[in-house]
Design a protein around this ligand. Structure first.
Ligand code: HDE
Length: 715
């Protein structure tokens, strides 16, 4: 029974799959094709004939192969999996998929970048989309989130402006998949409400190590509604079991060149190797009557609820365990929509969410070519979809009978409307009164306090990365006045931050602004356009906002480069490799040439990549085995030296064994030599000189040795 529930979407998709094995090529009309290499011509060297239906069909289909890419989130990667709730959530929601801990609810997840085109790079500094479609018994539920819990703007009306500003510039379509240009920062510098999100976007959250290692957030406040019709406000979180890890910006840029598909490939390979990505679903729940007890408005999507104020309760787990069979059919054609909800979940009046509820259905009509996109296999619910909607481009369903209206008597009134007790969706009966106005609520006017909270919550190294990010991004901005405005905004977040960024941009340090701190939003807030207010915060720093204060160690699926050359110590390489692989690490042998490596005892080992075909930035750690001849060759190899140098700079664990120490010395001649570990402090420095393999394993598990960056800064 359990297994059956898990497989229902897969089984549904199965009906649409075809197998080519042992089959003939046919036309789309089913006629077998005897030659798909040559067109039909009048004589061997004559013109192609109009009647060549095989050629025309093949070419016409090809000519129409592309569909418009998503206007945002164009580049993505997807996976199938399932979700299981831990305990029935009956007390707060009647949603059926959140009741039975034995039920595995099929899901499809699509991770994405926002800005770049479909063919852009995975490692752009960008927000990541985190969209989950739950195929529940009560219909599809889409949780269309991001890996950052807030958004740039408060009202959907500004979304087209935001996206125009961030996309490549209008005249020359430069730059690709990047925020580092004038139009983006021009817009941001004029939109102080965006500054909280900007702080997140300039943090290492925006350059994740992997889709498997990032959080997801529903962003808006939603509602749970229980059987009694009682509503509880809810914020959704996805917590990755591997923890949240980023790469360095220098690495991100290099990965973009070395392997623009880095995240896509990582996700695919993890699933192929059985290292299924896992995320816990967390909820922050607030009783409806407590809605107004915060320093900010729960309807404002530029605000988080700090976890110190409302804890995240983990209510279930999602496991991604199957790669798609066809990228286009599944990952490209999947259509998400925050308006796809099920009984037990409902919306709030967040003006960003309200606008999204229009946009997603609308965008699918152009992207997927008509109103029947719900019939595309990946979009079909596993519960049946039945109504009086008819016709339209590419209709798949054959609706029998005369009836296509309601009410009707000729078919006995079928299909029926479902009462609430029969599972019919009924909107939460929120009481609303008000005038029609085109304005922003005053309760949305505190733009800076949570940006400051975010900055204050970071470790020094995370702050450094943010300062670097601002310096890079604004360093690419050509117009002085835009940089000045941005630095001006940063002074409102944290004066020291703005001073540091200003110094890196060669600008004078702006004075510390007056920030009259209010208890609550004052009555005249927002009287002037863009006039921010500052509200005293209950908490000054939140542990949950820092990636480094929440470390999770693991070695499974970490990529470790073994740098070798012919003559490497065969025993050493075998032992280390076996140890690491038994822990689930992904060991790759890198050598000056491809093919086979000859060890000191003449044994042959398969080389995974030559130096020229790979790069240090594609790995998490480095191991340099002993072996006199191998050491002598690596010492002379500039690519090997560069590999080690860069791995050190990027704070990775490095193991050096026996004679390989000479390669290390060649990498860092004279005073360039980093301090080597003394006694037992290898685990502090991340350099494992003839260390026990257990120590190296622990080091790799730590992800990075950021302390090294601090030490280098202090030098
Ligand atoms: Fe989206 N967004 N968005 N967005 N969004 C789209 O829908 C939009 C926003 C998010 O993998 C589009 O099918 C508006 C917030 C994800 O297929 C489009 C506004 C959050 C994905 C659209 C927002 C998101 C999209 C483009 C402001 C996080 C990719 C293609 C009012 C909570 C889903 C499409 C996938 C995609 C509109 C803001 C997440 C145009 C108007 C906030 C993960 O409909």
């Amino acid at each position: 029974m359990e297994e059956k529930k898990d497989n229902r979407k897969t089984e549904q998709l199965e009906q649409h799959k075809n197998q080519q094995k042992d089959k003939f090529i046919t036309t789309n009309q089913g006629v077998r094709v005897n030659d798909t290499q040559n067109s039909l011509t009048a004589g061997e060297r004559g013109p192609t004939l109009m009647e060549d239906f095989m050629f025309r069909e093949k070419m016409t289909h090809f000519d129409h192969e592309r569909i418009p890419e998503r206007v945002v989130h164009a580049r993505g990667a997807g996976a199938h999996g399932y979700f299981q709730v831990y305990e029935p959530m009956k007390a707060v929601t009647k949603a059926d998929f959140l009741q039975d801990p034995d039920a595995k609810i099929p899901v499809f997840v699509r991770f994405s970048t926002v800005v770049g085109f479909r063919g852009s790079t995975d490692l752009a500094r960008d927000v990541r989309g985190f969209a989950v479609k739950f195929y529940t018994d009560e219909g599809n539920y889409d949780l269309v989130g991001n890996n950052i819990p807030v958004f740039f703007i408060q009202d959907a009306m500004k979304f087209p402006d935001l996206i125009h500003a961030v996309k490549p510039e209008a005249d020359n379509e430069i730059p690709q998949a990047s925020t580092a240009h004038d139009t983006f920062w021009d817009f941001i510098s004029l939109m102080p409400e965006s500054i909280h999100m900007i702080m997140w976007a300039m943090s290492d959250r925006a350059i994740p190590r992997s889709y498997r290692m990032m959080e997801g957030f529903g962003v808006h406040t939603f509602r749970f509604v229980n059987d009694a019709g009682k509503s509880t406000l809810v914020k959704f979180h996805w917590k990755p079991l591997l923890g949240v890890h980023g790469v360095l910006w220098d690495e991100a840029q290099k990965i973009s060149g070395e392997n623009p598909d880095f995240h896509r490939q990582d996700l695919w390979e993890a699933i192929e190797n059985g290292n299924y990505p896992e995320f816990e679903l967390g909820v922050q729940m607030v009783a409806e009557e407590d809605m107004d007890r915060f320093d900010f408005d729960l309807l404002d999507p530029t605000k988080i609820i700090p976890e110190e104020l409302v804890p995240v309760v983990r209510i279930g787990k999602m496991v991604l365990n199957r790669n798609p069979d066809n990228f286009f059919a599944e990952t490209e054609q999947i259509a998400f929509h925050p308006g796809n909800i099920v009984p037990g979940i409902d919306f709030t009046n967040d003006p960003l969410l309200q606008g999204r509820l229009f946009s997603y259905l609308d965008t699918q009509l152009i992207r997927l070519g008509g109103p029947n996109f719900h019939e595309i296999p990946i979009n079909r619910p596993i519960s049946s979809a039945l109504n009086n909607q008819r016709d339209g481009f590419m209709r798949q369903e054959i609706n029998k009978g005369k009836n296509h209206y309601h009410p009707n008597s000729i078919e006995g009134g079928c299909p029926f409307q479902a009462k609430m007790r029969e599972g019919g969706f009924t909107t939460y009966t929120e009481k609303i009164e008000g005038r029609k106005v085109r304005t922003r609520s005053k309760s949305f006017s505190d733009f800076f306090s949570q940006a400051t909270l975010f900055y204050n919550s970071q470790t020094p190294i995370e702050k450094k990365h943010m300062i670097d990010a601002f310096s890079f991004e604004l360093g690419k901005v050509k117009r002085e006045r835009i940089r000045e405005r941005m630095v001006g905004l940063l002074t409102q977040v944290d004066h020291e931050l703005s001073e540091k960024v200003a110094a890196r941009l060669g600008m004078d340090s702006p004075p510390e602004p007056e920030k009259p701190i209010n208890k609550g939003v004052p009555a005249d807030a927002g009287a002037e356009e863009f006039e921010p207010v500052y509200v005293e915060q209950k908490i000054k720093s939140s542990e949950a906002l820092s990636m480094l204060k929440n470390p999770v160690s693991f070695i499974v699926s970490r990529r470790i480069a073994f740098l070798c050359a012919d003559g490497v110590d065969g025993n050493a390489i075998r032992n280390a490799r076996e140890n690491l692989e038994s822990q689930g690490a992904n060991v790759q042998v890198i050598a000056p040439h491809s093919g086979m490596l000859k060890t000191d005892s003449g044994e042959k080992i398969k080389i995974d990549s030559s130096f020229i075909a790979t790069s240090s930035v594609l790995f998490d750690a480095v191991y340099i085995p002993a072996g006199k001849q191998s050491t002598d060759e690596l010492k002379k190899n500039m690519e090997a030296i560069h590999f080690i140098n860069e791995s050190y700079k990027h704070c990775k664990a490095i193991a050096i064994e026996g004679s390989a120490k000479e390669v290390w010395e060649k990498t860092f001649p004279g005073s360039m030599m980093p301090d080597l570990p003394q006694g037992n402090d290898a685990l502090k420095k991340g350099i494992f000189l003839d260390s026990k393999i257990e120590d190296f394993i622990e080091g790799v598990s730590k992800h990075r040795f950021w302390e090294r960056e601090v030490a280098e800064m202090e030098k």
